[in-house]
Design a protein around this ligand. Structure first.
Ligand SMILES: Cc1ncc(COP(=O)(O)O)c(C=O)c1O
Length: 473
């Protein structure tokens, strides 16, 4: 039981519970082991109603179809209010706050995350700003191993081609100059099965051995950003272990709050997830779980403070004077999610079912298809755009995104994928599909949001426009 005595507003909150396995916890097969998830059935404190939900998100700009929770997340008013209480506590008496409250509050949040992700030890859980910071922590450590000769010049790191740009650039910045080479595996898309992904990844591991080197490090997304697909992380990690890959880092930037995360089952060396995307935290906070962090003396926060050398969790809990309130509100977030039937697990199911239903509605209306089977998505899904829109470049995709925001009040990311293989590339009745939208579903969304998107695209087609003709200002 976690004691939340240091929380400014709230009583102890029970953890949500989970009875059954979810294959999107990175498993290829749903029932290949006995699963004991940490997500306990929540005791409903004050059940939330639909008007309560509207009120919780009443700070969102009205009249916008906001179907891009995946990029920046969302934070309900009750959590913002708890954050403000922390702000005031700091401003009222900074000394008292610094010496008596801050460390304790962050520890309580870390303990809550530990329980949520089934970690062994709270020392293995650090709170950092975001996934980009976590990537820097992990990759700087890998770079040092190349620099000091533990990893050799011919050795490689492996990742999917669609790894998040910031993480990809971090690999370039920290690994390349230190002498490592990089193997990029193309994610099959549109994707039909986990097996397709695993087969491509295995080929990538073989490429990494060319020139007599070894693959030392794998960076695997749990849910890729663009195109968005839930990857079979457990199976991919198993393959890495069989092939002798030294370290695996899972970029789960989108995971917590949209798929179950059990770090023991996933068994990565490092696992990061943002809390601000799908777990209702304010910007910006993420957890980084490091397996057996006590053995990893060479793991450091990129910002060196007086806590340097005391372990990553402590280093991360003080990186100089700044706003720590996002790290302090995790107990308040649990209070919020436990007002929903089924707690966070109930929210995940509601969002998943809703996004699949709306993605299917859009694909049927446009005569296109989903970018992945429903079981390979969580709360975001890719939907093919009609070929008549002629999305023929990244610029076209960006024009469409801007046009939808400015002229139709719809926030939705768009994606261009060049034709690769005519036998495999998807088609609608007019030609090849090269454009997609990534729709998100969060508890504040209504079906109306997605119907607005459907109508906007249909309107553009009725007007005889293609992407490159669309006004964007
Ligand atoms: C897969 C993935 N990794 C990393 C990031 C970077 O997250 P942040 O901006 O919080 O560092 C994102 C952001 O959307 C992402 O989608």
């Amino acid at each position: 039981m976690i004691t939340l005595s240091n929380n400014p507003t709230l009583n102890p909150v029970p953890m949500p519970q989970d009875d059954d396995e979810d294959p999107r916890n990175g498993a290829v097969e749903a029932n290949d082991h006995a699963h004991q998830s940490p997500l306990k059935k929540p005791r409903l404190t004050r059940p939330i109603s639909e008007p309560d939900i509207l009120q919780e998100f009443s700070h969102h700009q009205q009249g916008f179809a906001r179907i891009n929770n995946g990029s920046f997340g969302s934070c309900p008013r009750s959590v913002l209010s708890a954050q403000n209480t922390w702000h005031l506590r700091f401003l009222q008496q900074p000394d008292e706050f610094f010496f008596n409250s801050l460390r304790k509050g962050i520890l309580e949040s870390r303990a809550a995350v530990k329980a949520l992700i089934n970690a062994d030890d709270v020392d293995d859980v650090s709170l950092v700003d975001n996934a980009t910071t976590a990537a820097a922590i992990v990759l700087q450590q890998v770079g040092r191993q190349f620099a000091d000769g533990s990893f050799r010049k011919n050795d490689a790191v492996i990742m999917f081609h669609c790894a998040f740009p910031a993480v990809k650039k971090s690999i370039g910045a920290y690994i390349g100059p230190a002498g490592g080479s990089v193997v990029e595996v193309r994610l099959p898309f549109p994707v039909r099965s986990n097996e397709e992904i695993i087969a491509e990844f295995k080929k990538g591991l073989e490429r990494g051995k060319i020139n007599g080197g070894r693959v030392r490090f794998a960076m695997i997304d749990h849910i890729t950003s663009m195109p968005s697909v839930v990857l079979p992380v457990r199976e991919l990690i198993r393959v890495c272990r069989e092939e002798g890959v030294d370290q695996v880092f899972v970029d789960g930037a989108h995971s917590i709050g949209s798929v179950p995360v059990d770090v023991k089952e996933i068994d990565a060396d490092f696992y990061v997830s943002n809390l601000y995307k799908w777990f209702f935290a304010p910007p910006a906070v993420a957890f980084l779980h490091c397996k057996n962090s006590k053995g990893l003396v060479d793991l450091h926060h990129p910002v060196v403070s007086q806590e340097y050398g005391k372990g990553l969790a402590l280093e991360s809990s003080w990186v100089g004077n700044r706003d720590y309130t996002p790290q302090l509100v995790v107990p308040s977030i649990l209070e919020f999610v436990n007002r929903f039937e089924g707690g966070i697990k109930g929210i995940m199911k509601r969002n998943h079912d809703g996004v699949v239903k709306m993605g299917t509605m859009l694909a049927e209306s446009w005569g296109t298809m989903l970018g992945s089977p429903p079981e390979m998505c969580a709360s975001m899904i890719m939907v093919g755009l009609p070929s008549r829109l002629c999305v023929t470049s990244d610029d076209d995709a960006m024009s469409l995104r801007t046009h939808l925001r400015v002229y139709h009040r719809i926030e939705v990311p768009t994606y261009y994928q060049a034709l690769r293989n005519e036998d495999r590339d998807p088609k609608d009745k007019d030609g090849f599909i090269t454009g997609y939208v990534r729709i998100s579903r969060q508890i504040y969304n209504t079906d109306e949001d997605y119907h607005r998107l459907k109508n906007a695209i249909n309107q553009i087609l009725e007007d005889g426009k293609i992407c490159s003709m669309l006004p964007v200002e």
